[in-house]
Design a protein around this ligand. Structure first.
Ligand code: PEP
Ligand code: MG
Length: 584
């Protein structure tokens, strides 16, 4: 008998496969008592995990040394030395033997002690040191818990990942080839985990109650990302129905793919630029460059999140240069580091904040830790000659912040030229509009930036006072709130009056009818996951600019969300934006 459970869809699509549970975060470490006769086996298990961690550090050392140079790879030698320290190993072994606890909890106790002691020293330098000393032991913990990414994914059939929460760390497990779908107990539709799952085109359902308790290892499940459902142990009949739906899905994708290379031009000749959001260089392998009008948002923080330490100027420069080269003369918008809230760096310990979404994040961190900003801007400026670069600033709240960045930019440019580097003559600098104060002061701000890009994920969060990562309020997170539409209409109008390019790079731009509404407001570009491009182009080609303006006008005047949604739905039907007519 199959069993159906409901959750919330955050990324569409269908998948069937064996489920694998991922436990993430050091907090999820099990603690149990070990029988006296098993204590030596537990110590041996610890030894094996240390060996695995050493091998992993060796592997990383080699990879980084070849990709970024031997200096960047030195950290892994230090981390190996840490693991070879007999004192720490003895401490963990003694805990297992004396307290009769499992190896995982003994290692966790060591990590906690190291982090606490070194953080307690207070100096920023020792905070970094704490990360270096604790990090190799986290690898040992990973090995013990068998949750190392390679272990989970290597040599297996593609799997469905189940986890308690859709954190960026769970997302680190995602790979299009090996992960068919993701299901979690909690997670908001606009958490970064969800944004990434959508960007990767991986079906994802969150908010499935008691999910982990209902699963058995290896159990076959069907994930219905279109309807936010999960089917456990499907029957043959369920499987046959799944296959039928999958075929229809694929057929539609194949038909729309025919529009991927064309331009998004309305029947009366207006063009909407359709750009791609990326998180790193490897994303460029997942779509054809010719199907986009450029990169509208490169979330560079993922470069920092996937490493064990801050990427050096050289390392960043090489990556930025490659992205620019591969995009040719198409514009590439690289956003400066946007960490904070749920996007944290394991090696950069920030204080626990009571209200992180309103705390130390985005541009505030870059301006607070100037060296971070300077290293990144230098890398960007050096790479600028390789293509068509634009730099975008996240979480802008005031004009003063933009002026600060401009000052840094000018000094760095002069320094670089004096040092003999080539720098492009013109690197446009833009602001993300995602905080109410930035749109309310847009008429001033717009004069001192070259372009703007609206981050609706955060704009909605801050306009509606609804935390995008908090599952308790995720139902209140509403991109089609009439207040949001009023803000969008205003932002597009002010930007156009100032003659500055304006786009939307938040997730709502990925919906075809919404993209047309945005075009109707006056936005000249949208940026979304690349796989949305064919349907958006198809939709734009199905309407006139007048239709788009009419839609935008009607929707901006609605008093309640339901009417906005109804208006979009009716418009999509009327103009066949989903391409139903293509099928006959
Ligand atoms: C946004 O806030 O809409 C955005 C594009 O940025 P991020 O999702 O990375 O915060
Ligand atoms: Mg944002």
């Amino acid at each position: 008998m199959s069993k159906m459970i409901r959750g919330t869809s955050v990324s569409t699509g269908l998948a069937m496969g064996a489920v694998h549970v991922v436990t993430t975060g050091v907090d999820a470490v099990p603690v149990f008592t070990v029988a006296p006769s098993m204590l030596q086996a537990e110590v041996d298990r610890l030894g094996e995990a240390v060996d695995l961690a050493m091998a992993e550090l060796d592997r990383r050392h080699k990879v980084v040394a070849t990709q970024a140079g031997s200096k960047e790879a030195e950290i892994f030698i230090v981390q190996k030395l840490v693991l070879q320290d007999p004192g720490a190993l003895k401490e963990v072994e003694a805990k297992i033997l004396v307290e009769r606890v499992n190896a995982e909890s003994a290692v966790k106790a060591l990590i906690d002690r190291l982090t606490e002691t070194l953080n307690g020293l207070g100096e920023a330098g020792s905070r970094g040191f704490a990360a270096d000393v604790a990090e190799p032991w986290k690898r040992v913990l990973d090995a013990l818990l068998n949750r190392n990414r390679e272990t989970i994914l290597s040599g297996r059939e593609p799997i469905i990942i189940a986890a308690a929460e859709l954190t960026p760390r769970v997302v680190a497990y995602l790979s299009r080839e090996l992960v068919l779908a993701v299901v979690t107990e909690i997670g908001g539709r606009f958490s970064h985990g969800a944004v990434l799952a959508r960007a990767m085109g991986i079906p994802c359902v969150v908010g499935v109650p008691d999910l982990l308790a209902r699963l058995e290892k290896g159990m076959t499940v069907i994930v219905d990302g279109d309807r936010g459902k999960l089917l456990l142990t499907p029957t043959d009949e369920d499987k046959a129905e799944f296959q039928k739906r999958l075929e229809l899905h694929d057929q539609r994708a194949a038909l729309l793919a025919g529009f991927a290379h064309g331009v998004a031009e309305t029947k009366d000749g207006f063009k909407l630029l359709v750009k791609a959001n990326i998180e790193g260089l490897r994303d460029l392998d997942t779509f054809e460059i010719g199907t986009t009008d450029g990169v509208g948002l490169f979330r560079t923080e993922f470069l920092y999140m996937e490493r064990d330490q801050f990427p050096s100027e050289e390392e960043q420069f090489r990556i930025y240069r490659q992205v620019l080269e591969r995009m040719g003369d198409k514009p590439v918008t690289m956003r400066t580091l946007d960490i904070g809230a749920d996007k944290t760096l394991p090696y950069f310990k920030t204080p626990k904040e009571p209200n992180p979404a309103l705390g130390w994040r985005g541009l505030r961190i870059s301006l607070g830790w100037r060296d971070l900003l300077r290293v990144q801007l230098r890398a960007l400026l050096r790479a600028s000659v390789a293509g068509n670069l634009r730099v975008l600033l996240p979480m802008v709240t005031s004009l003063e912040e933009i002026r600060e960045v401009h000052k840094e930019f000018d000094v760095l440019r002069k320094d670089l030229i004096a040092q003999g580097y080539e720098v492009a003559d013109n690197v446009p600098v833009g602001a993300m509009i995602e905080v109410p104060s930035s749109f309310l002061t847009l008429k001033h701000l717009i004069k001192e930036v070259d372009f703007i890009s609206v981050g609706t994920n955060d704009l909605v969060q801050y306009l509606l006072a609804v935390d995008r990562d908090n599952p308790w309020v995720s139902k209140l997170f509403e991109s089609y709130h009439p207040g949001v539409l009023v803000a969008l209409e205003y932002i597009a109008r002010i930007s156009r009056e100032a003659g500055k390019p304006c786009g939307v790079c938040g997730d709502m731009a990925g919906d075809p009818a919404t993209a047309i509404m945005l075009m109707g407001f006056g936005f000249d570009s949208i940026s979304a996951a690349a796989h949305f491009a064919p349907e958006i182009k198809y939709a734009v080609r199905s309407v006139t600019m007048n239709d788009a303006r009419e839609l935008a006008k009607v929707l901006a005047d609605q008093a309640i969300v339901a009417n906005v949604r109804k208006g979009l739905e009716e418009f999509a039907e009327r103009f066949d934006l989903r391409g139903d007519a293509l099928r006959v």
